[in-house]
Design a binder for this molecule. Sequence first.
Ligand SMILES: Cc1ncc(C[n+]2csc(CCOP(=O)(O)OP(=O)(O)O)c2C)c(N)n1
Ligand SMILES: CC(=O)[C@@H](O)[C@H](O)COP(=O)(O)O
Ligand SMILES: [Mg+2]
Length: 626
Amino acid sequence: MHLEQINSPEDLKKLTIPELEQLAQEIRETIIDVVAGKTGGHFAPNLGTVELTLALHYVFDSPRDKIVWDVGHQAYPHKLVTGRRDRFHTIRQEGGLSGFLQREESEHDQFGAGHASTSISAALGMAVAGQLKGEHFHTVAVIGDGALTGGMAYEALNNAGSLQVPLIVVLNDNEMSIAPNVGALAKYLSRIRTNTRYTQAKAEIERLLRRLPQGDLWLELSHRFLDGLKEIVYQTMIWEELGFTYFGPVDGHNIRELIETFQLVKKIRGPVFVHAITVKGKGYQPAEDDPFKHHSASVKVPGAPPSPPKYQDVFGETLTRLAEEDKRIVAITAAMPDGTGLLPFAKAHPDRFFDVGIAEQHAVTFAAGLATQGLRPVAAIYSTFLQRAYDQVIHDVCIQNLPVVFAMDRAGLVGEDGRTHHGVFDFAYLRCIPNMVIMAPKDEDELRHMLKTAIDYERGPIALRYPRGSGVGVPLLGDPHPLPIGKGELLQEGDDVAIIAIGATVLPAQRAAEILAEAGVEATVINARFVKPLDEALILEAARRTGLVVTVEDAQVAGGFGSAVLELFAREELRIPVACLGLPDRFFDHASQASLRKQAGIDAESIARRALALVRQHRGVTPQLR
Ligand SMILES: Cc1ncc(C[n+]2csc(CCOP(=O)(O)OP(=O)(O)O)c2C)c(N)n1
Ligand SMILES: CC(=O)[C@@H](O)[C@H](O)COP(=O)(O)O
Ligand SMILES: [Mg+2]
C-alpha cells in the first residue's frame, strides 16, 4: 500500500512510475469506497483527475509552486496526497473536510472555490505577484472543459496572453460539464481531440528529437516548429493565437506522459496551455458509462420512507406543462439542466430550451434579449450562481423593466456543498433593485402557483426562489393559478405575537405557533409570499394588533425580508419590538440542511424560543415551553 505512506506531496517524489500507477489505483479505490459507499459527494470528476494530480504534485513543489484547481469539486485526489488522507472519510460532513478547496484547510489549497471559471484569473494574480516580489515559483491553473465555458476564463486568458508571465493552464478535458458540455468551443475541443493527424506527427517528431543529444532542448525548440504544424492541421490554434504555447493533446491518464509534459512545460517562460484528455469517472465502469448520472454520488439511507417530490422537479414539470399552452415560454439554464429540473422541458420543447454553459451573465442578458421580442424567458439559475450576473440583472433586465422570470433554485441553506453554495443573499441583493418583484413559496404546491404568477406577470422582472431538495409533501391538486401580486396569506390569528415568515420558513413558523400554543401563547402566523412588494396592509394590521413581531427567513437578515419589514415599520413610525430571525453576518459551512437551519435559529423550536422570549420580555408574563 503506497497511499498510507503519502503524508505530503514530497512523499510522491520518491516513487517510481509503476509505483505511482499503483498509487493511482489505490486513490481510485479509496474514492469509490468513501464517496460512493459512505459520504456521497462529487464522484466522477475525481476519478478523472487521479493521474493528473499525481503528475502535477510529482513535478511541481506545492505549496511553493501554486496549483490552483477550478471549482475544486475534482480535487479529492489532491486532498488525499496533501496530508488529509486520515480525514478523508469526513468529507462534506459537519465539522469534516470541505468538498471544495479552502485556504484555511491546507497550505496546498492555494485558492478557495466552489463556483466555476476563477482559476486562471487567480493563478495569473499569483504569477504576477511572484514577478513583482522577485519570487520564483511556478503557477498552474487546472480548469475543466465545462469551467472553460465561463466568460471569466476568457477574460483571464486574454489578460495572461498579453502579460506574458509564466503561467501554466492545464485543461482537464473530459467532454463533460455536469451534463454533456455545450457550445461552439466544446465542438472545437472535440475537433482537436479527434484530429489524430497532428497528434501522430507530434509524437513522431518528439520521438526522433529525444534521441538527439540535449533532447529536451531540441524538444523545446521543436515546439516552435510544431506550432506551424498545428496551424497547418487546424488552420489556427486558438490558444496559440491568444499568446499561449500549446502542448497536447496529452493522455490525462498516462502518468509518464503527463510527467514528461509538465517537466518540459516548467522550462517555458511565458504562458503555456496543456490540453489533457481525461475520462470522467475513469476506472469505475458505471461512472465511465454515465458520467452525467455519476457527477455526484448520494448515499441512500436503507429503509428511509419515500421523499415528497423535489421543488426542482415540481418546477420543471409545471413549466413544461405551462409551455404547452404558452408558446412564448423559453427555458434557460447555465449548465444545470438536471439540477434545475429542466430535463423534461428540454425533452418536450427542445427548440425552446437553452443550455448556455457555465455562463450566468450571458444567460441573464440572453433572457433580456428574448424578452424584448415578446417571449417569456425563464432563467432557472441557482441563487448562489445568480450572484455572478448581478449587473446583468440590474443593467440589462431591471433598468429596462423587461419581463424576465428568475427561477432561483437552491435558495437558503443548501447543505453539504457549504459556504460557496448557500443561496442566502438573494433577498438582499434583489430587493434593492427597482422594478423587481420577489416571491418565495411555502411549499411545492405554492411554487406551482408562483410560477404561473410569474409567467402571467407582464409588467417587468419577477423572481421566485425555492430550496434544494424535497418539498413538504402537500398534494398538488388542480391547475396552477396566478396569485395576487404583493398579497400574503394569513394562516392563523392570535393576539400575543405575530410570526411573519417567508418561503421555506413558513412551515417551521406554523410548527412554532403550535409549540407556543402549548405554552399558552397565541400567535398570528403570516405567510408573506412576497418580499417585494410586501403585503403592507396585512403585516401592519398583525403588527398593530399583537404589538410584537418575529420575522423569519432562510436568508441574510441584513438587507433581507426582516429588514424590509423594519423599513416598513420605520416609515409608518410603528415602534414595537421586532425580532428578525434569519442568517447572521457570517458564512455557514457544510452540514445537513436540518443542522444548518438549527444553527441559524430558523427551525421550529428556535423560532418558538425566540418568540417566547419576546413575549416574556415585553408582556411581563412567564409562559413556559414544555
Ligand atoms: C458559476 C458556476 N456555475 C455553475 C456551477 C455548477 N457546476 C459545478 S461543476 C460544473 C461542471 C464543471 O465541468 P468541468 O469544469 O468540465 O469539470 P468536470 O466535472 O467535467 O470534471 C458545474 C456546471 C458552478 N460551480 N459555478
Ligand atoms: C460543484 C458544483 O457546483 C455542483 O456540482 C454542485 O455541487 C451541484 O449541487 P446540487 O447537487 O445541489 O445540484
Ligand atoms: Mg469536464
